[in-house]
Design a protein around this ligand. Structure first.
Ligand code: PMV
Ligand code: MG
Length: 357
């Protein structure tokens, strides 16, 4: 049996701005995974997952047509991931196979609760990696990322694809999205293998060295949020001039945050996390819900905190000095309906080094 796993992610800073090509964000991969296993078979394949068994297939009537909502459904991400790798495998002259796919997710709770840890990205990356193994294709990081992006574009994603970058690269990452129009135009002109080999304008994925003296603490509001809806709403509501100013301020903030990482300067990083919190609050009050404000204000006595990702629910992150005892923070969060998630940053390079020793 072939097996591949991919981690979930969390945004640290730069949200919303990162959807525009050339504007940076910082993300981390977390040690909760989606594992995809593949078993070759004959004639008929299946896709099976215990965690996805309760998921309904949603559809709407639009202009008299039955339209399936694909973005909420992990099976569609799996199918698009399979299709894109097979298109690539065909170009590489690999004979296509029939197989069963088994998916095991630590990013969706058994009760179907959504944490907002990037499960659609992780299931896409894990499926792509498993299929690349099956078809004996080299899993170069940028190739995996680009195949995943092309799968997500087919499903009409309006995001930055930072979740895919973090799940591929792991650890702490600086990310900038690519010029979508350029990729779209190229995809009409060149083969898939050529498109993957080309340098995509504005795309940047760079590993950052973590701060040596700080821990990342993650709180979950227990309320799910839809990134897709929030990104659309915020864009529609915001005046263009205000948005451009937000983009510039966010870029300055993330650039300085990155300097903080390069200098291992926890104070500077903390200051920029606070600044980014304020920029997002000012961009739209929908982002920081009352539950997220409570999470952040409680954590402020222990370190700095902000919303993570699109906000509207899901998670908040806090950066806490290693010498600080955070057990009181966890109790206070608990009393206010915030659950501390037992997760840590996951870095595959570090992990590989550790297992080799
Ligand atoms: O809510 P999340 O963790 O999926 O993060 C969304 C971050 C946005 O910048 C708002 C959108 C995106 O895709 O980058
Ligand atoms: Mg979210």
């Amino acid at each position: 049996m072939i097996t591949a796993k991919a981690p979930g992610k969390l945004y640290i800073a730069g949200e919303y701005a990162v959807v525009t090509p050339g504007y940076p964000a910082v993300l981390v991969a977390v040690n909760r995974f989606i594992t995809v296993s593949i078993e070759p078979t004959v004639n008929e394949g299946t896709i099976v997952s215990k965690q996805y068994s309760h998921i309904p297939l949603k559809w709407q009537r639009i202009n008299g047509m039955l339209v399936v909502e694909k973005r909420d459904n992990p099976f569609h991400y799996i199918l698009e991931a399979i299709k894109i790798v097979e298109e690539y495998a065909k170009e590489l002259n690999r004979p296509l196979q029939v197989f069963n796919v088994f998916v095991e997710s630590e990013l969706d709770s058994e009760q179907g609760a959504k944490y907002g840890l990037g499960s659609s990205a992780a299931v896409t990356i894990a499926t792509i990696r498993a299929l690349m193994q099956l078809y004996e294709i080299d899993q170069e990081d940028y190739t995996v990322y680009k195949l995943a992006v092309l799968a997500h574009l087919k499903l009409g994603s309006n995001g930055s694809f930072g979740d895919l970058a973090a799940s591929v690269m792991t650890g702490w990452c600086l990310y900038q999205s690519f010029d979508r129009l350029w990729v779209y135009n190229q995809s009409k002109k060149v083969s898939l293998s050529q498109l993957i080999q080309l340098k995509w304008p504005s795309l940047l994925i760079k590993k950052l060295t973590p701060l040596s003296d700080y821990n990342l603490v993650v709180g979950w509001t227990q309320k799910p949020a839809s990134t897709f809806d929030l990104v659309n709403k915020v864009k529609k509501k915001t005046d263009e001039k205000v948005f451009w100013k937000f983009l510039r301020d966010s870029k300055d903030c993330v650039d300085t945050l990155v300097v903080g990482f390069q200098m291992n300067d926890g104070h500077l990083v903390s200051e920029m996390i606070q600044k980014n919190r304020q920029l997002l609050k000012d961009l739209d009050p929908m982002i920081e819900t009352p539950a997220l404000s409570t999470l952040i204000e409680i954590a402020s006595d222990f370190g700095v905190a902000k919303t993570s990702g699109a906000g509207g629910g899901d998670c908040g992150i806090a950066l806490v000095h290693k010498q600080m005892d955070d057990s009181e923070l966890i109790d206070l969060w608990n009393n206010h309906g915030i659950e501390k998630l037992e997760i840590e940053v996951y870095d595959k390079t570090y992990q590989e080094r550790k297992t080799k020793q």
